[in-house]
Design a protein around this ligand. Structure first.
Ligand SMILES: [Fe+2]
Length: 244
């Protein structure tokens, strides 16, 4: 079945909450990318998204990833608390902490930070979360620097919880890009896709920023086939409609 895909911006300003069960999604910070002068410089920062389990309640909740060496168990425990998708750049540190505080989530309560790829405008504040498990690209690390093997591939997502998955979506930064998919929200499936999409309606502009445009096109089609809402790396979230 082939679909005609239509997109439109999701109205609202951050913090933009999409309620859901078992997970809600909050777009904490909206990424942007703006040309500066005529020399090709860009002022940019990445979007930051929070996935909040319905069952999680502040205060006192604190991410406690297990010390054991099993990646599936570690990811399941990490997914039971607040999950942050990207952190923005280090210059957004204070804005990030304020946005988390507005959700009543302290940095020590974040149980998992997923970095969609290793660029400074997406993982510039990992240092705020020493108690969280980190999944940056395909590197899964527990607090203290315990790196765990896992089976993530395009054919094999990592499961964090019911309807909450990490997908391998290569292309923008090479082979290691990942996205976070959250099923069961009020708007359907939300995918925080990093720079798989620069923004809604990014046309062909993403190709010039892509390490592997062939893989990225495949990743984009995968996301558009499944997502009802996409959080792109450098713009506001947008809805996806598939029409026969
Ligand atoms: Fe980016």
């Amino acid at each position: 079945m082939s679909w005609r895909v239509r997109t439109e911006p999701l109205p609202g300003e951050p913090p933009l909450t999409i309620p859901g069960d078992p997970y809600s999604v909050v777009v904490l910070l909206r990424g942007y990318s703006e040309p500066q002068g005529a020399g090709g410089a860009q002022r940019a920062d990445g979007s930051v998204t929070l996935v909040l389990p319905r069952a999680w309640r502040p205060p006192g909740a604190r991410g406690q990833p297990p010390a054991g060496p099993d990646a599936a168990a570690a990811l399941a425990q990490a997914g039971s608390g607040p999950v942050l998708v990207d952190t923005g750049g280090p210059w957004a540190r204070d804005a990030l902490l304020a946005a988390l505080a507005a959700q009543r989530v302290g940095p020590d309560a974040v149980s998992l930070v997923v970095g969609t790829h290793g660029h400074s405008d997406h993982v510039g504040s990992l240092g705020l979360f020493p108690r969280a498990a980190l999944l940056v690209g395909h590197d899964l690390c527990l607090p203290g620097g315990l790196y765990l093997p896992h089976g993530l591939s395009e054919a094999c997502p990592l499961r964090l919880g019911p309807g909450l998955e990490v997908w391998a979506t290569p292309g923008h930064a090479g082979r290691g890009d990942v996205s976070v998919a959250v099923a069961g929200t009020a708007l359907g499936t939300v995918v925080a896709a990093g720079d798989v999409f620069e923004r809604e309606d990014d046309g062909d502009t993403w190709r010039g920023l892509s390490e592997d445009p062939v893989a990225q096109e495949r990743s984009r089609q995968r996301v558009l086939a499944a997502a009802d809402v996409v959080v792109p790396g450098h713009g506001g979230p947008f809805r996806v409609f598939r029409e026969p």
